[in-house]
Design a protein around this ligand. Structure first.
Ligand code: NAD
Ligand code: UGA
Length: 460
């Protein structure tokens, strides 16, 4: 192990953020020793094995280069805290499901436990970095817990929110749009901030490392996710109007995206956004606004989530209506279960809602996905009697009355749909919840095709 003073980094939480983020830091900063700890023993064992706990393009290569060189995984949280100079906290911060603020506020129990463990175990001063996405002013609560130590130790709390997206995490970390570091504007705070700047400066151009006060950094993370989700709800709201009016959402998105003030990215109409963060972070923002009595602001952001749920609902309603108002006993193949392509993550995936609604209507659902079947099985455990799983999309579609594309995996664009059509029940339907397929070609084969925000191509 490296013993240079100041060069021991610890990350508490070996998840989708902690794992990739620390692997890239270890890769770029060979003179630092980076340790990742977690309470979940199985997760740590997987990080130590050839079969990593998360699927992320490019991650295996980075871990292979760094593991046991200057990147270590462990469940020995206490010793790792003692050895660390800089501690990143990257534990989960889900929406609270109980008590005050249930359904909106962030559940800070994992995060609080971590702060208390650091305060109890540390025997030297530390820089503590909020990597998790947290409610505004959480750093103050972290400081209070840490300051309550009776050992005369000093902890500097920084906010360094993570902006990576799953499926592109390694690229996002290697070439970020920006790295944001919020600190206290005191002499100590600025020194701690510099320690973190020094790490990122190994590979991130200095003009992309931006600094702010702690509260701005915390709020910027929630705001970035709220703005991104708002774009998706905006385009999805217009997709509903397109379906009523023969306008085409892709033509509309292309036209407005040419305006440089609007920009062309993140304007892909879909079955709705999923993922562990957009909904949770917006609801967190809504809760904070309500706390400060800003009810109009709260309602504004809440509508982004409401519209997303409307989009999920609309998709299933279209399926039901189109298939003669009954899908009882019909076989419906879901192409994709992950919340987006290039990940196995299914947290808050629209597929969960869709599968459950279809089963409520007594359909038999066949799920296929190249990376997410294990998570899908867990998510649908309680309705397993009505669900089948198939690795092979051709098998999933066999004897099916309909296919619903839920995840935009590129392999679904390259399938032989003539062959698929021949094995399906007729009339055969395709509901393209991602607008990734060649709709005209499918229609020519004989499918009734229902895209998002475009005129349907049908035979009746
Ligand atoms: P995750 O659930 O994948 O990982 C969190 C890990 O923390 C889990 O393995 C859990 O066992 C561990 N943990 C919980 N309490 C612990 C404790 N007391 N000690 C040690 N380990 C503990 O979550 P994630 O997706 O990595 O997200 C982590 C944070 O980062 C969240 O706040 C999230 O909002 C934010 N974030 C996530 C993403 C993303 O793409 N997933 C992107 C940016 C920010
Ligand atoms: C998002 C943000 O993009 C990251 O910057 C942020 O760090 C992260 O949340 C987080 O805080 O967790 P992520 O959820 O991994 O990243 O993936 P996105 O690419 O943002 O996609 C989110 C959802 O929106 C997916 O379901 C995706 O399919 C959907 N989406 C995205 C659309 O429906 N249309 C689009 O145009 C873009």
């Amino acid at each position: 192990m490296n013993s240079d003073p100041g060069k021991h980094i610890l990350c508490i939480g070996a998840g989708y953020v902690g794992g990739p983020t620390m692997a890239v830091i270890a890769d770029k900063c060979p003179e630092y020793t980076v340790t990742i700890v977690d309470i979940n023993e199985q997760r740590i064992e997987q990080w130590q094995s050839d079969s990593l706990p998360i699927y992320e393009p490019g991650l295996n290569e980075v871990v292979e280069r760094t593991r046991d060189r200057n990147l270590f995984f462990s469940t020995d949280i206490e010793n790792a805290i003692r050895a660390a100079d800089i501690i990143f906290v990257s534990v989960n911060t889900p929406t609270k499901t109980f008590g005050e603020g249930a359904g909106k506020a962030a559940d800070l129990q994992y995060w609080e436990k971590t702060a208390r463990t650091i305060a109890r175990i540390a025997d030297s001063n530390k820089v503590v970095v909020e990597k998790s996405t947290l409610p505004l002013r959480t750093a103050r609560a972290m400081e209070r817990i840490l300051e309550a130590n009776k050992k005369g130790l000093h902890f500097d709390v920084l906010s360094n929110p993570e902006f990576l997206a799953e499926g592109t995490a390694i690229n996002d970390l290697n070439d970020p749009d920006r790295v944001l570091i919020g600190s206290r504007q005191t002499e100590r705070g600025l020194k701690a901030r510099q320690a973190l700047v020094d790490i990122f400066a190994h590979w991130v151009p200095t003009e992309k490392i931006i600094t702010s006060n702690v509260w701005s950094a915390e709020l910027s993370k929630l705001t970035a996710n709220a703005f991104l989700a708002q774009r998706i709800s905006s385009i999805n709201s217009i997709s509903a109007l397109c379906e009523k009016s023969e306008a085409d959402i892709e033509e509309v998105a292309a036209a407005i995206g040419k305006d440089r003030r609007i920009g062309s990215r993140f304007l892909k109409a879909s079955v709705g956004f999923g993922g562990s963060c957009f909904k949770k972070d917006i609801l967190n923002l809504v809760y904070i606004c309500e706390h400060y009595g800003l009810n109009e602001v709260a309602r504004y952001w809440e509508s982004v989530v409401n519209l997303n749920e409307f989009q999920h609902r609309r998709f299933v309603q279209t399926m039901l209506k189109t298939m003669f108002n009954t899908i009882a006993g019909k076989r419906i193949a879901l192409f994709g279960f992950a919340f987006k392509a290039d990940t196995g993550d299914t947290r808050e995936s629209p597929a969960i809602y869709i599968a459950r609604k279809l089963v409520d209507e007594h359909a038999q659902v066949i799920v296929t996905d190249p990376e997410a079947l294990a998570n899908a099985k867990r998510d649908l455990r309680d309705i397993s009697y009505a669900i089948e799983f198939a690795d092979d999309p051709y098998k999933a579609a066999q004897d099916a009355h309909a296919i619903a594309v839920v995840t935009e995996w590129s392999e679904y664009t390259a399938l032989d749909y003539q062959k698929i059509f021949e094995t399906m029940q007729h009339p055969a339907f395709i509901f393209d919840g991602r607008n990734i397929l060649d709709h005209k070609a499918l229609h020519k084969i004989g499918f009734n095709v229902f895209p998002i925000g475009k005129p349907a191509l049908k035979y009746f």
